[in-house]
Design a protein around this ligand. Structure first.
Ligand SMILES: Nc1nc2c(ncn2[C@@H]2O[C@H](COP(=O)(O)OP(=O)(O)O)[C@@H](O)[C@H]2O)c(=O)[nH]1
Ligand SMILES: [Mg+2]
Length: 291
């Protein structure tokens, strides 16, 4: 059974059209109405979708979590997730689904950056590129669009990916989980429209929060470069300052309180980072051995 899932938060203007077009390319369309205060749920139902309503607005990721849970319950063969605001074109669902089936891959991502005539605004493109680099650093593969919400998942992907992030960073979380589980991935070019109301969140705070959340996942996976390296640098700088302090004290009987304080602070910070790196590294190894 082919499912299409649509996270939707106040999308009454576009949801009806998206549901009807998605139904042409699937057996069932599920709309997660994420605490909308407009007519999203009613319009989605009238257009032929199954609607799951969150009582309160919980965020894009929470809607994705609900879709994965539901796809598992329904024993779906393929789950395609597409935005409800009209930025993605449901007529392109077969591009993803066919690639998934014909190439026998577990996840297909619709990328807005594979076509040279991509219409993504410049600042947004740069932000997504940074987030994508961070996500790629943490995974065994490289994608061109880590923040794309237009994706198809195989049965194996549906059963093994359990997202937890309730915000927009769920997209990079899922990428890292795809890598950790050794699932296969492919990208296909899609078009993304930037006409009308395409985004409900301000791009700068949104971009920063997604980046920080992505770094959280990546740093747990690679604790040595993230915590160990800066830790060692701080310990070395602290030692140099400590040597200067001792040198001044022993040879000139001068006490530089500033150097002493800096030495202590840098040493402590460095040591904490090194210990964090070792703990995370051992935990990651333990978890890998268990799973
Ligand atoms: N921003 C936001 N989108 C949500 C939420 N819950 C579901 N969505 C849906 O997630 C999709 C993508 O959201 P959007 O704000 O357009 O993200 P962007 O296009 O990546 O900036 C849309 O279909 C929204 O309706 C939520 O709490 N916040
Ligand atoms: Mg949008």
């Amino acid at each position: 059974m082919k499912l299409v899932g649509i996270p939707a938060y106040n999308e009454e203007k576009t949801i009806g059209d998206i549901v009807k077009k998605s139904l042409k390319h699937s057996d069932r369309v599920i709309v997660v109405d994420d605490g909308s205060t407009d007519n999203t749920a009613d319009i989605a139902k009238q257009s032929g979708a199954t609607v799951i309503s969150h009582k309160k607005n919980q965020g894009y990721g929470a809607s994705v979590i609900t879709l994965f849970d539901r796809a598992r319950e329904e024993n779906a063969d393929i789950l395609t997730i597409i935005d409800g605001d009209g930025q993605h074109d449901p007529e392109q669902i077969p591009l993803l689904v066919d690639t998934l089936q014909e190439n026998n891959v577990d996840v297909v991502i619709g990328s807005r950056f594979l076509e040279s005539n991509s219409t993504t605004p410049g600042y947004r493109k740069r932000g997504i590129k940074i987030i994508t680099s961070a996500a790629n650093f943490g995974s065994d593969f490289k994608v061109s669009d880590a923040q794309s919400g237009f994706r198809s998942y195989s049965k194996k992907a549906i059963s093994s990916i359990h997202p937890t992030e309730t915000g927009m960073s769920v997209s990079t979380e899922i990428l890292l989980k795809i890598s950790n589980k050794g699932l296969s991935i492919a990208e296909v070019p899609i078009t993304v429209s930037y006409n009308g109301e395409t985004s409900s969140e301000h791009p700068i705070p949104h971009g920063i929060s997604v980046l920080l959340n992505t770094l959280k996942f990546v740093s747990v996976k690679h604790p040595l470069p993230f915590y160990g390296f800066p830790g060692i640098v701080l310990v070395i700088v602290g030692s140099v300052l400590g040597y200067q302090f001792l040198d001044a004290y022993l040879n000139k009987q001068a006490i530089f309180i500033g150097s002493l304080m800096a030495t202590i602070v840098l040493f402590l910070l460095g040591a904490i980072l090194c210990v964090t790196a070792v703990i995370l590294f051992s935990m990651a190894t333990l978890i890998r051995e268990k799973s």
